[in-house]
Ligand binder design. Sequence first.
Ligand SMILES: [Zn+2]
Length: 287
Amino acid sequence: MHDNKVLNNIVLKYREDKLAHAYLIETNNIELALKDLKELLKIINCPEEHQKSCHKCNLCNLITKENLPSIKIIEPDGTSIKKSQIEELKNSFETIPIYSRFNTYIIKNADKLNASSANSMLKFIEEPHPGIIGFFLTNNKDIMIDTIKSRCQSLTINYENKSILDSLNIDKETYQKYQNIIPKFLNEIKNNYNLNNKNLILTEFPERKDIENILKLIFELYYHNFLKLIGREYNKDILNIYQISDKLPIINKKLQIINKYLTNMSYNVSMELILDALVLEMRGIYE
Ligand SMILES: [Zn+2]
């Protein structure tokens, strides 16, 4: 976050009391942007005068866990963001926040607002309330509804694509081993050969760190296929690991599933259980 000039600039505006009421952020990585946004919201709302990430106070912890009632994060329900989601947001923001300075909403994949939800949203941003700030996150603002775009301050946050070896902190040899096992693993999920394909990974990689890396790599594989399908820049090397023929909605679902289990891994659950559940859920998509 300290390196994120765009968001740091919002902090400066906040200190000058010149916050916009709605920001449209175009980014190549919505999850990272969300993570940075949460840091920004801590700086703005934290009761302690904090500069860096605050882990002490209750408010900041609630922001990390996305459990603060005055911060609402909305993402597409299926293929679109529904009007009912926006109505619910508006209702919950009728009260002044108790613990934080602002009521804040974050709309992920804001290009997925459909006509009626965008319309409902529009009334909300046309009559800005001083206690409410909004962030619309999108991979592509060109496909956003114009009436919303024109009422937001537009920003761009692009994250550098670190090499996969650097981000996983592995050497080429290990990467090669992961690359060998991933096609076998994904093929077995797709073709439903047997119920024990977790062993494919576990016999060769019993270590938690490796399993986590393999899941991260599978995530990257789907993510770059996703980027390719929506016409964004993608990493060709990662796509070479395994040929994916899934369509966009399936890829989206798989990304969500893998992401969920990557999060679960940090809770110290057994790797066997995680792989079992992951395989079952990934298979469920095809049924
Ligand atoms: Zn704090």
